[in-house]
Design a protein around this ligand. Structure first.
Ligand code: NAD
Length: 249
């Protein structure tokens, strides 16, 4: 993809699943990468696994804690010599019927998926504006940010809000030549998905997907790379759905 070689990329939630596949993709494109994840050991294992592909570093960070986010972005900027691209990817999910969702569970999902997304994006954008070289930011929403799904009211609310966060950021950051977009994947086979659903559930679920299969982390990584690349230079303030056709029904 055009315009990714030599670029500096911060990826949150880069220690496994979609985020790890995305770190791999940007390294293959010739970018340099800084990742964070919740668990230090997992971050270190990912850095070690991908180091043969290019320059990658990372630290543990809880994106819902403001002080940790400020430290993350400062460390990433120092290591990368300026951030060109933010992949704001970290997120959590679990199933819970609407009538049983506790205030604590609601707050936890919103804290990571929405507050964390905002804290990282705001700090990176502040530094991009100060640097004056523009940039690209991609926020992770979901197909569940565009349509409801039973047992995910807290998650769906967080991902729907990410779309509106993205659109407002696009209005305010466009004049600084910072492009902002969101990704809306359908069901992707990752450790998160496998922690929620049984193989039997997944086998039945694919009947809802016209392409007849779940998505792969590398396919989401390719969409992240596209939105961050010069090939998407006029895409701004938009959400890109990649769901195997599920929402077409
Ligand atoms: N897997 C899917 O089907 C799917 C579909 C649509 C959207 N998404 C979204 O994609 C993103 C990645 O999902 P995944 O399936 O790869 O999940 P995953 O559980 O495999 O990986 C999640 C990553 O986020 C990190 N993380 C979790 N909580 C964090 C916190 N508080 N602070 C910092 N990092 C934290 C983890 O360390 C890990 O690196 C999430 O935002 C998720 O909502 C996933």
């Amino acid at each position: 993809m055009r315009g990714l070689k030599g670029k500096s990329v911060l990826i949150t939630g880069g220690s496994r699943g979609i985020g790890q596949a995305t770190a791999q993709r940007f390294l293959e494109e010739g970018s340099q990468v800084f990742i964070c994840g919740l668990e230090r050991e997992e971050v270190e294992q990912t850095v070690e696994k991908l180091a043969k592909l290019g320059k990658i570093q990372g630290i543990a960070c809880d994106v819902s804690v403001e002080d940790q986010v400020l430290d993350l972005v400062a460390q990433a900027e120092h290591a990368l010599g300026g951030i060109d691209i933010l992949i704001d990817n970290a997120g959590i999910a679990w199933e819970e019927p609407f009538l049983e969702i506790t205030a604590e569970h609601w707050d936890k999902i919103i804290a990571v998926n929405l507050r964390g997304m905002f804290l990282v994006a705001r700090e990176v954008a502040r530094r991009m504006v100060a640097r004056g070289k523009g940039g690209a930011i991609v926020l992770m929403s979901s197909k569940n940010g565009l349509a409801g799904e039973v047992k995910y009211a807290h998650y769906n609310a967080s991902k729907g809000a990410v779309v509106m966060l993205m659109k407002t950021m696009a209005l305010e950051l466009g004049p600084h030549n910072i492009r902002v977009n969101a990704l809306c994947p359908g069901y992707i086979l990752t450790p998160l998905a496998e922690s929620i659903d049984s193989p039997e559930f997944i086998a039945a679920y694919v009947n809802n997907i016209p392409l007849g299969r779940l998505g792969r982390p590398a396919e989401v990584a390719a969409a992240y790379a596209f939105l961050a690349s010069d090939d998407a230079s006029f895409m701004h303030g938009t959400e890109l759905l990649l769901d195997g056709g599920q929402l077409s029904q």
